[in-house]
Design a protein around this ligand. Structure first.
Ligand SMILES: NC(=O)C1=CN([C@@H]2O[C@H](COP(=O)(O)OP(=O)(O)OC[C@H]3O[C@@H](n4cnc5c(N)ncnc54)[C@H](OP(=O)(O)O)[C@@H]3O)[C@@H](O)[C@H]2O)C=CC1
Ligand SMILES: CC(=O)[C@@H](O)[C@H](O)COP(=O)(O)O
Ligand SMILES: [Mn+2]
Length: 379
């Protein structure tokens, strides 16, 4: 029996994690669940999985849900609740499936307690990759990738020597607006941005995919997860999202991981690693797919990807600010306060006003995160 806790249980990754648990009821027990504001689903989940500890977004929501929960469940709320669920149960595996850099404190708390991390929340590594990976190393904790590209790279590296890796390539679908020129991006709507061509995901990530910020975050995530320099991390446009990513070795061999675009596959792999369990996910038929397409990335068309590489190479608070400015700008786009293209100009402007600190401790990182959000909200 694997004991698990899920931070962000009501989201796209969280619900698919619980689907995996439902498919293998004899293999997993849920010790903790944490959600934000979707109280109906949270109450259903807590009643179905009966975790020892559960947490919801704030005190008011906690008062609303408390009478609807089964007896014996300890209920928490807010950031303290996230930390309690991540670090204060008997779970040995924590799936970090919350969105945004608010995932950093509970993920660090879980690592500090020696729990294996299934990492979907890429913002944690972009915000404080040096702190997270250093703590994981000290505690001997595995950070198992859930993000589809990183799960692919992780699988392609299996049993190989890191010294033999020439480069890795993360594939990018191109997002909702991949067929549009920059001129055509001027009038796109929120509804259009939310239509990802291949994946069904949370709103923030779907917009990040359209701006190519997501691939930028993933390049930085790959740097920290696999310890590779940025000049060994490439991005390739691949509209079908069938090849999830690949590794090129020094003998010229290329090892790729393929599959249908279904996040339950990488989620389950992280949950069962190093074992592989059966899965009901649709099988890939290359004969049915017929053709796969690839194209070099156009950094003029997708300037946020260029910015992400620049920030990654600087390190320290540069990536913290890149991420936080993006989170704040995307939140404004979702409230229809700003246009789609304004997301990238806000990120650029906030970065241009930031003096990065390279050896940043947690306090400095959190201050930079707050500063970038405030700046992005004011522009
Ligand atoms: N979806 C996908 O296919 C993939 C996602 N990821 C990464 O996984 C993470 C989650 O993405 P996704 O599942 O799409 O996002 P969703 O928006 O679907 O879900 C986000 C989750 O975070 C919770 N949450 C948000 N704010 C708070 C808060 N203040 N306190 C507590 N919980 C909160 C939400 O709760 P509630 O809904 O109750 O408010 C929800 O459970 C992101 O970092 C994303 O980049 C990576 C690869 C693929
Ligand atoms: C499913 C997943 O891992 C997402 O992060 C995905 O990468 C989004 O796809 P694109 O960013 O390539 O559009
Ligand atoms: Mn991804």
């Amino acid at each position: 029996m694997r004991k698990i806790a899920v931070i962000g249980s009501t989201g796209s990754i969280g619900t698919q994690t619980l689907d995996v648990v439902r498919q293998h009821p004899d293999q997993f027990v849920v010790e903790g669940l944490a959600a934000g504001s979707n109280i109906d689903l949270f109450v259903q989940q807590v009643n179905a999985f009966r975790p020892k500890k559960a947490s919801i977004g704030n005190k008011q929501l906690a008062e609303q849900v408390a009478p609807l929960l089964p007896p014996g469940v300890e209920l928490y709320y807010g950031e303290e609740g996230l930390i309690e669920v991540a670090a204060g149960t008997e779970a040995d595996f924590v799936l970090s499936a919350i969105v945004g850099s608010r995932g950093l404190p509970p993920t660090l708390a879980a690592i500090a307690e020696g729990k294996t991390i299934g990492l979907a929340n890429k913002e944690t590594l972009v915000t404080a990759g040096h702190i997270v990976t250093e703590l994981a190393k000290q505690k001997g904790v595995a950070l198992l990738p859930v993000d589809s590209e990183h799960s692919a790279i992780f699988q392609c590296l299996n049993g190989e020597s890191r010294d033999d890796v020439e480069q890795i390539t993360l594939t990018a679908s191109g997002g909702s607006f991949r067929h549009l020129s920059r001129e055509q991006l001027g009038n796109v709507t929120l509804e259009d941005a939310l239509k990802h061509p291949n994946w069904s995901m949370g709103a923030k990530l779907t917009i990040d995919s359209a701006t190519m910020v997501n691939k930028g975050l993933e390049v930085i995530e790959a740097h920290w997860l696999f310890g590779l320099p940025y000049d060994k991390i490439n991005v390739l446009l691949h509209p079908e999202s069938i090849i999830h990513s690949f590794v090129e070795y020094r003998d010229g061999s290329v090892i790729a991981q393929l599959g249908t675009p279904d996040m339950r596959i990488p989620i389950q792999y992280a949950m069962t690693y190093p074992a592989r369990f059966s899965s009901a996910s649709k099988r890939l038929s290359l004969a049915e797919v017929g053709k796969l397409h690839f194209q070099e990335m156009d950094y003029e068309r997708f300037p946020c990807l260029r910015l992400a590489y620049e920030c990654g190479k600087i390190g320290g608070t540069a990536t913290t600010v890149f991420n936080a400015a993006n989170e704040a700008a995307v939140a404004r786009f979702m409230k229809r306060e700003i246009s789609f293209l304004r997301i990238e100009t806000i990120i650029e402007t906030v970065l241009s006003r930031h003096i990065p600190q390279k050896q940043a401790d947690l306090e400095t990182i959190q201050a930079a995160d707050r500063w970038a959000r405030e700046m992005a909200a004011s522009l």
